[in-house]
Design a protein around this ligand. Structure first.
Ligand code: NAP
Length: 226
């Protein structure tokens, strides 16, 4: 049976990714930093709870030790980081928070679970990025200004390519996805897409066949410009 781990699985897009993977017949570990919220979400979805704070290497290590098979890793946990990200009046702590979770968290979790994923015949890694991290789109008007969140997603894209490059010529498929602007706590519910719709591209990349792409960045409409 295919086994998956979704970080930040207790709400928003992550919760919907969990539900859709469970519906695919996948054995899903729902990673959450809060035990109560995580256990409840796991019970509600038919997933297994694993405590995992992506910014806490010790909790990530414990989570990796508690799992003995993994085929799919979805690095979904992410935060905006707080206000004060405008060039010229930056609160560096807000930028640091965004990078701590969105960038260093992805590296910490991916490295910790890589030994398990290497044992899989069909390993998949999906990094939940955002089109606001697209360097090509940054000069346009449709992406927001911010020194923390958008550049943290540019870094997620670069990290995706680095892992894909390091693991080329292996069965790994490693891709970044943009779920679109979804109605979640992250943006105070200003997004217009249902999170279940946002989850679909991550699920598609998590369940790619062996002929699927690697080292790509995708949304529902296909490839996103880097
Ligand atoms: P959300 O509703 O705020 O959910 C974020 C999830 O990440 C929550 O489960 C949260 O847990 C978890 N999380 C945050 N920090 C964590 C940590 N240190 N360790 C473990 N889990 C942590 O946001 P969302 O909109 O679903 O976002 C999910 C992903 O989609 C993020 O990577 C986000 O950047 C990306 N994204 C979202 C949108 C959008 O429009 N919503 C657009 C593009 C990309 P708690 O409940 O404990 O806080």
């Amino acid at each position: 049976m295919t086994t998956a781990l979704v970080t930040g699985g207790n709400k928003g897009i992550g919760l919907e990714i969990v539900k859709q993977l469970v519906a695919e017949g996948i054995d899903v570990y729902l990673g959450a930093r809060d035990v109560e919220r995580g256990e409840k979400a796991a019970a509600d979805t038919g997933a297994r709870f694993v405590q995992l704070d992506v910014t806490d290497p010790e909790s990530v290590r414990r989570a990796a030790e508690s799992i003995d098979q993994l085929d799919v890793l979805v690095n979904n946990a992410g935060i905006i980081g707080g206000p004060g990200q405008a060039p010229g009046s930056v609160d560096l702590d807000a930028v640091r928070r965004a990078f701590e979770t969105n960038v260093f968290g992805v590296i910490t979790v991916t490295d910790a679970f890589l030994p398990l994923l290497r044992r899989s015949a069909h390993p998949r890694i999906v990094n939940v990025s955002s089109s606001v991290g697209s360097l090509s789109r940054m000069l346009g008007d449709e992406t927001p200004i911010g020194l923390g969140y958008p550049p943290s997603k540019s870094a997620v894209n670069a990290i995706t390519l680095q892992y894909a490059k390091a693991l080329r010529d292996t069965p790994f498929k490693i891709n970044a996805v943009c779920p679109g602007y979804c109605d979640t706590d992250l943006n105070n519910h200003n997004g217009h897409r249902p999170p279940a719709q946002g989850a679909r591209i991550a699920v598609a990349m998590a369940t790619l066949g062996d002929d699927g792409p690697t080292a790509g960045f995708y949304d529902d409409d296909g490839a996103v410009a880097w």
